[in-house]
Ligand binder design. Structure first.
Ligand code: FES
Ligand SMILES: [Fe+2]
Length: 409
């Protein structure tokens, strides 16, 4: 992010804190709860947003060198992502052309040749079928047209994208728009190394899981002992990029900026910068660290979702974080903001546990209330524009009528 923009955002957040105000969208919406439980809508979302839409599935360093790979099944199809000897990123259907067994069964690893466990057909990491055992018995196979089925894939500014349909259209500039592409590229995300991941399997609709990233109103209440120690809450700088948005809220570190020359301000030291990328990604970025949150529906159950949190640090930040963790003697000290830069402990433990034990506990309650069919609507406040955008967004994509503004509640 350009320094000028970092300063502009930090100044706006300082002003909100000084004046005791939050962002004001100037409108409230009543939001029906049926989209959280409706089976028919869940099917349409799955078809439109997950089976037929480009997906961000990782950062470049999820495949840190030639011969590395990872697998995923979150889009309802088995997928194998590889980096070949020339460094090219590819994605395939993780299904053997003989009778469909997975050719890779581990979550991630390093392997240039994939040997199907069933009858040992083998494939290269470029997808080529290399060998068929006992071919004299099986019959001759034309290897040139029986490689793994390729899915459209592209590595763009450190982000790994796939389209889950073999004939799908994948154009990142078109998907994100030039302004957002330029901003994301400024983080140099290709340098951020994979540090760990956490999966949260929870009883809440995927949109309720996304909703927890959509306002700062709850930070000082629900998260008073966790995120609330690190972030002020009740302040927000918000910008739309078509179906995507940027969401920035002040951390306690913003106080230190006030006595520093503007030329030395760094947004990562004073705020939390999050990009929502339609349909299911929350990407928290800085030039040192990144947290990629991908939220997937359970296609068989609108009341369940899977959240995958992946953490990335630049080599310098990783070295610093290890040293910082060594300094932190106990868990409570980990909550001291910006004690000495990013800490693995803070990023992993606080982030994961806050989501799982606080946000998603609320989400599971909200899911039950929606499933009761007695609570027909909820209210989105003037201080919750990211929620307005998220819900209007998918409604528009599904050809649903927009939410109606409320003049008075
Ligand atoms: S299914 Fe893979 S070798 Fe038979
Ligand atoms: Fe939260």
């Amino acid at each position: 992010m350009k320094h000028e923009l970092q300063v502009e955002i930090l100044k706006e957040l300082m002003q909100q804190l000084d004046e005791g105000r939050n962002i004001d969208a100037g409108v409230q919406y009543r939001m029906p709860t049926a989209p959280y439980v409706c089976r028919e809508q869940a099917d349409r979302e799955w078809q439109s947003f997950f089976s037929n839409h480009p997906q961000l599935i990782g950062l470049s360093q999820d495949l840190p060198g030639p011969g590395t790979y990872f697998t995923m099944d979150d889009l309802g199809i088995p997928m194998l992502a590889t980096r070949d000897q020339q460094g090219k990123f590819r994605v395939f259907l993780n299904a053997c052309r003989h009778r469909g067994a997975k050719v890779a069964t581990e979550a991630r690893g390093k392997k240039s040749i994939f040997l199907c466990p069933f009858h040992n057909w083998s494939y290269s990491n470029t997808g080529a079928l290399l060998a068929v055992p006992d071919e004299a018995h099986f019959g001759v196979i034309d290897k040139s047209c029986n490689g793994l089925i390729a899915l459209p894939s592209v590595e763009h500014d450190g982000l790994l994208w796939v389209h889950p349909q073999p004939d799908g259209h994948l154009d990142i500039e078109e998907l994100l728009g030039a302004e957002l592409v330029a901003e994301l590229s400024s983080y140099d995300l290709g340098r951020h190394g994979f540090m760990g991941e956490k999966t949260i399997d929870a009883d809440l609709n995927w949109k309720l899981a996304n909703d927890t990233f959509g306002e700062t109103y709850h930070f000082g209440k629900l998260h008073k002992d966790t995120f609330g120690q690190l972030f002020y809450g009740n302040n927000l700088h918000f910008k739309l990029f078509g179906r995507h948005h940027r969401f920035v809220t002040a951390s306690r570190g913003i106080d230190a900026m006030r006595s520093m020359p503007e030329a030395e301000w760094q947004i990562s030291r004073g705020a939390f910068v999050l990009y929502y990328l339609f349909p299911n990604v929350q990407l928290i970025c800085s030039s040192e660290t990144a947290t990629l949150v991908r939220i997937y529906p359970d296609p068989a159950n609108p009341g369940r979702s899977i959240t995958r949190n992946s953490f990335y640090f630049t080599p310098e930040a990783a070295a610093h974080a290890v040293a910082t963790d060594a300094e932190i003697a106990d868990a409570s000290a980990a909550y001291i903001p910006n004690r000495s830069g990013p800490s693995l402990k803070v990023i992993f433990e606080v982030f994961n546990s806050t989501i799982e034990q606080e946000d998603y506990v609320m989400g599971a309650m909200q899911q039950k209330a929606a499933a009761s069919s007695r609570l027909k609507e909820v209210i989105l406040g003037r201080n919750e524009p990211a929620l307005h955008h998220f819900h209007q967004n998918y409604r528009e994509a599904l050809n649903e009528p927009p939410l109606e503004p409320v003049q008075s509640i």
